[in-house]
Design a binder for this molecule. Structure first.
Ligand SMILES: [Fe+2]
Length: 401
């Protein structure tokens, strides 16, 4: 790791352990190959009259939806109806369709199958079948008043961590942005991370979703709300992603790599659920809203640029991230380590064939001022280690273009 004798890096990091903190946790999580079958035992305990399987047409087409349907009906003896109307970056229209479906079929439980879009849509549907008013009335922190129907979440990607979080991220089309409902009632009652459901994920999606998980871990570790609990989850996630994401990308059927990534994204989800995110997510939410781009891809492109911007405020912590990602950086100082961490991330992304310029993914120079202005309204900015102005954000975007 180089000579760090003069860096004081053996000391406790700068987490404020005196400050009041809350920690939100999942009631039940199932991991490992075949975990989806174990879910059936647990579902019986809910005595649901009718379960709404909330997924997308793509997962039905490749057979994952049918397999889940078979398990629910034949093994759990549950009455199940399929809603396959989830779209990527779910919108109000998608949620409204789901709400109508839920009511029409007299459902009283939701099982979401997919990645973050399926889980976020399911959470929003659960909100709107138990609350009056408009969906956007509940955007923000702790706006929910009533109990929600139970939502169980089965992951088919290793990235968003939505199966563990109290967040529902939705696209507000008219405002070209993504907004978040934040409430502990949104944490699914059961999370399932079965790597057998992830082996068919194509390499590009494996890379993008894995980078979303890495961004959660890194931003949570650099967050102003980090605690020893979130640090532990975040650092283990970075370590696992550094080792296993390239393997899962190279050989999709590598069960060890898929299993490790399932754990890693869950740990990163716990970290971001409690410490929040940062400026990468702040801007990624705008790019998703402006261009309907995949969330993980936006995060991946932005991550090194935003970290370079943040580096002066959190150099030691960035060095620790580089250590976890690589197994040990050679650094002369904290600043040197921070810079090397950013460079390491760029190389890591190159090996995953990910772009590193916003122009490559369709971002237009003429939109940068609007994106920057809108970004400052996103709550993920609150926990970023460096306070950013719209001019700062525009500067990052221009550099990254
Ligand atoms: Fe994310």
């Amino acid at each position: 790791m180089g000579d760090r004798g003069d860096m004081g890096l053996g000391n406790e990091m700068t987490v404020n352990m005196v400050r009041y903190a809350e920690f939100f946790a999942q009631p039940l999580s199932l991991f490992g190959a075949g975990a989806r079958r174990k879910l059936m035992d647990h579902l019986r305990g809910f005595s649901a009259r009718r379960v709404m399987l909330c997924t997308d047409a793509g997962l039905m087409a490749v057979g994952l939806g049918d397999e889940m349907l078979h398990l629910l009906r034949e093994v759990s003896a549950l009455d199940v109806v399929v809603f396959d109307g989830v779209v990527a970056n779910p919108t109000e229209a998608c949620v409204q369709k789901g709400v109508a479906f839920y009511k029409e079929h007299g459902c009283d439980m939701i099982l979401s199958l997919g990645g973050g879009s399926a889980h976020d849509a399911a959470k929003a549907i659960a909100v709107m079948v138990s609350h009056d008013g408009a969906l956007w009335d509940y955007v923000g922190l702790n706006k929910l008043k009533n109990p929600l129907p139970p939502v169980a979440a089965v992951n088919t990607t290793a990235g968003t961590g939505s199966e563990v979080t109290r967040f529902a991220v939705l696209t507000r089309v008219a405002k070209k942005t993504k907004v978040t409902i934040v409430d502990r009632r949104l944490i699914p009652c059961i999370a399932v991370n079965d790597p057998e459901l992830m082996v068919s994920l194509p390499p590009a999606l494996t890379a993008q979703t894995g980078m979303d998980a890495l961004t959660h871990a890194i931003e949570a570790y650099l967050s102003r709300m980090a605690t020893p609990l979130t640090d532990t989850c975040a650092m283990k996630a970075v370590e696992l992603i550094g080792k296993y994401l390239p393997k899962a990308y190279a050989v999709g059927t590598d069960m060890e790599a898929r299993s490790a990534m399932a754990y890693a994204q869950y740990l990163a989800g716990i970290a971001t659920n409690n410490a929040g995110a940062g400026a990468v997510h702040t801007v990624a939410h705008q790019l998703g809203g402006f261009y309907n781009l995949p969330h993980g891809l936006c995060n991946a492109v932005l991550l090194p640029w935003v970290l370079a911007y943040n580096a002066g405020e959190c150099a030691e912590r960035l060095l620790r991230i580089g250590d976890a990602l690589t197994g040990g950086l050679k650094a002369r100082s904290a600043q040197d380590g921070a810079q090397k961490t950013v460079e390491t991330l760029r190389v890591f992304m190159r090996h995953l064939d990910l772009p590193n310029r916003l122009g490559t993914i369709g971002v237009k120079e003429g939109d940068l001022a609007d994106i920057a202005r809108q970004a400052l309204e996103d709550p993920t900015m609150w926990t970023n280690p460096r306070r950013a102005t719209p001019k700062d954000i525009q500067g990052i975007l221009k550099t990254a273009l």
